[in-house]
Design a protein around this ligand. Structure first.
Ligand SMILES: *[C@@H]1O[C@H](CO)[C@@H](O)[C@H](O)[C@H]1NC(C)=O
Ligand SMILES: *[C@@H]1O[C@H](CO)[C@@H](O)[C@H](O)[C@H]1NC(C)=O
Ligand SMILES: *[C@@H]1O[C@H](CO)[C@@H](O)[C@H](O)[C@H]1NC(C)=O
Ligand SMILES: *[C@@H]1O[C@H](CO)[C@@H](O)[C@H](O)[C@H]1NC(C)=O
Ligand SMILES: *[C@@H]1O[C@H](CO)[C@@H](O)[C@H](O)[C@H]1NC(C)=O
Ligand SMILES: *[C@@H]1O[C@H](CO)[C@@H](O)[C@H](O)[C@H]1NC(C)=O
Ligand SMILES: *[C@@H]1O[C@H](CO)[C@@H](O)[C@H](O)[C@H]1NC(C)=O
Ligand SMILES: [Cu+2]
Length: 589
């Protein structure tokens, strides 16, 4: 099955491909089957990236490059200015809702760079009464942890009126998003998408860009978060979903997002789940997806009629516009096995968006499609294109992190998740890396801090649910991709049975199965302080998080550090002044 797929895209590259890519980059090619290209453009003999040679990039760099080892060295510097303001928006025609937006847009501007470029992003906090901090989801931040954007871990929050500059190199390529990491704030609109151009494992003609899918609540995120913190019946449910920032609503208003295509071309669509609390399943009527990435990791491409996407996860897919000219539904189904959503009960034509062929009438589709799944489990068969092996020796050294919860009746039934008995609460005024740079090793127990001390040693983290509340949790790691060595229901038996050490799935968000375990491995190859947390915003606020302090003595003053102390001075003077009208009520992240 896979051989055919590999042959498929290799067949679309020119014969001179092998002679221009350095030898260690030449793929073990399966017998090449000739196929008719869907585009009129010819293959590029120089092996630069083009519709028929998406596996190429530039001299010495291709889809076969080990991006842990190197990235194109002399990239451009690209500068973005983002300003967060307090405003209102009517995203789905249901009426104005109070939000916090980036440059007045929802989603915020798409940040675009090439593999190897350096991004310089100035974030101005123009809110009157909130701090902020922006995290560039999935970006490795190699030696630039000061730009990871997690208040209380890698910075003090940006105080009202202040600007912070984030500077980092794009060592990987693909699709991602950025969002506020300051309490519940991203649920109020502080979200945008990112594209880092690079090679790909299958060919396409046109990049349609990012397609963020999110749950949409009619009430404000901070208010919902308070409700979730003091609820024993679980978080509130959303009233709608938005595809690329828009959708119809249950009362008949709003509009569908439309993607226009030309028959005969192939399109890349970058799917991102930017939800606060929704697992989605997506499909395109009559158009199977060729999946080429999971998060920032290129995978051996495969074809599927539907995909499940958990919060924070991304899949880049290619759609072949080879059907009869017309309109087709892009369908979004909810992982109703793990969450509820009012929109599933609404009498609307479909939940999703429209694939519109040029030349077709402007109308809602009448197409039909596959029945979408409702489970909340990750996709399987995600095989990284560049293989890696996790050493067997780490299995007996697995560090257990037990997941449970506690309810404090005396604090109005405050609901907290615990990891090894402790709820993660950050200290906005004393971020971990500032302490590390000041050689202050005094961390409170609710810092949930685990050290990774040995350079380049592999560590295996065993997240084990021990809770009577059995829910799937999308676990996200900063500063690294992790390798998913094992997962399952129940308790891991500590043996190697059923584990994957040869080229396991590699990504930055993985779902902990309900009531089960997740075994995540990664080497200590990036000094910094990196959080690993559940990406359900309500659960992160309820403390479902830990931080890894990795090689603390080697944390770089490096790029971005100049602002760290100054940022804390500004924050502390705001936080200790009368200008502050609210307290922190959650974990802070
Ligand atoms: C946003 O504006 C509203 C209405 O003026 C105000 O009540 C709220 O405090 C503001 N929020 C922030 C974070 O500045
Ligand atoms: C989503 O919207 C943005 C901004 O309008 C646009 O650039 C992008 O192409 C859209 N994505 C898709 C897949 O249609
Ligand atoms: C996004 O993740 C949430 C939470 O797990 C899930 O409920 C939702 O279905 C996902 N959305 C998509 C489009 O996969
Ligand atoms: C259309 O494209 C898909 C995906 O590449 C392919 O599986 C299918 O066979 C094609 N159908 C036709 C009618 O060419
Ligand atoms: C968490 O607690 C378990 C059980 O007490 C213990 O074995 C384990 O070492 C702790 N985890 C870490 C990373 O310290
Ligand atoms: C914030 O917390 C402090 C200490 O608990 C308390 O004195 C103060 O009244 C609180 N402020 C607000 C606005 O809730
Ligand atoms: C942030 O602003 C929202 C209102 O916009 C408010 O509910 C929340 O308490 C604020 N949080 C802090 C810690 O200032
Ligand atoms: Cu969770």
């Amino acid at each position: 099955m896979f051989l055919l797929k590999a042959a498929y895209w290799l067949s679309l590259t020119s014969l001179s491909y092998a002679s221009v890519i350095p030898k260690d980059h030449v793929l073990k090619a399966a017998p090449v089957e000739r196929q008719v290209a869907t585009t009129t453009r010819a293959a590029d003999g120089a092996c630069t990236n083009s519709p028929l040679t998406r596996n190429c990039w530039s001299s010495g760099f291709s889809i076969a490059t080990d991006f842990d080892a190197k990235a194109p060295p002399a990239g451009k510097t690209r500068t973005y200015n983002l300003e967060i303001t307090n405003t209102t928006i009517n995203a789905d025609g249901n009426g104005e809702k109070r939000v916090m937006l980036i440059n007045g847009q929802y989603p915020g501007p798409t940040i675009v760079a090439d593999w190897g470029d350096t991004l310089v992003i100035n974030v101005k906090n123009s809110l009157q009464h909130n701090g902020t901090g922006i995290h560039w989801h999935g970006v490795r931040q190699l030696n630039s942890c000061q730009s990871d954007g997690v208040p209380g871990i890698t910075e003090c929050p940006i105080a009202p009126g202040q600007t912070k500059t984030y500077t980092f190199k794009c060592t990987q390529f693909g699709t991602s998003w950025y969002h506020s990491h300051w309490s519940a704030q991203y649920g109020d609109g502080v979200v945008g998408t990112m594209i880092i151009n690079g090679p790909a494992t299958a060919n396409y003609d046109i990049d349609l860009g990012t397609l963020p899918i999110t749950d949409w609540f009619y009430r404000e995120a901070f208010e919902l978060n308070e409700q979730a913190l003091h609820s024993t019946t679980g978080p509130p449910t959303p009233q709608n979903i938005l595809v690329n920032g828009t959708h119809v609503n249950a009362n008949g208003g709003g509009s569908y997002h439309k993607m226009t295509v030309t028959k005969g071309k192939k399109y890349r669509i970058r799917l991102i789940n930017t939800s606060v609390d929704q697992f989605f399943h997506v499909s395109m009527d009559g158009h199977p997806f060729t999946v080429i990435t999971s998060d920032f990791v290129p995978i051996k491409s495969f074809v599927t009629t539907q995909l499940g996407i958990n919060i924070g996860q991304r899949y880049d897919v290619i759609v072949n516009a080879n059907q009869t000219v017309g309109n087709y539904w892009f369908r979004v189904g909810l992982g109703t096995a793990c969450s509820g959503n009012d929109i599933t009960k609404a009498n609307i034509p479909a939940v999703g968006a429209i694939l519109h062929y040029s030349g077709a009438p402007d109308a809602n589709p009448t197409s039909s499609g596959v029945t979408l799944a409702t489970h909340c489990n990750d996709e399987t068969s995600l095989t990284p294109f560049v293989p890696n092996t996790v050493p067997t020796s780490i299995i007996p050294q697995a560090s257990q992190l037990d997941l449970d919860f506690k309810v404090t009746a005396a604090e109005n039934n405050l609901f907290h998740w615990t990891i090894n008995g402790s709820t993660h609460i950050v200290d906005w005024q004393h971020p971990t890396i500032l302490k590390a740079l000041n050689s202050d090793n005094n961390h409170p127990s609710n810092a949930n801090l685990y050290e990774m001390t040995t350079a380049n040693q592999w560590y295996l983290w065993w997240i084990q649910s021990t809770s009577v509340i059995k829910l799937p949790h999308p676990i996200h790691l900063h500063g690294h991709d992790f390798y998913i060595v094992g997962k399952g229901e129940g308790t891991w038996d500590s043996t190697a049975n059923g584990l994957t050490l040869q080229n396991p799935t590699r990504r930055d968000v993985a779902t902990l199965p309900a009531g089960g375990y997740l075994l995540l491995a990664f080497p200590a190859d990036n000094p910094g302080a990196w959080v690993m947390h559940c990406h359900i915003a309500f659960h992160a606020s309820q403390g479902l998080s830990v931080q890894f302090l990795e090689r603390k003595g080697e944390i770089q003053g490096g790029i971005g550090a100049a602002g760290l102390g100054q940022g804390c001075e500004s924050w502390n003077s705001y936080w200790e002044s009368d200008a502050r009208i609210w307290n922190m009520t959650d974990s802070g992240i």
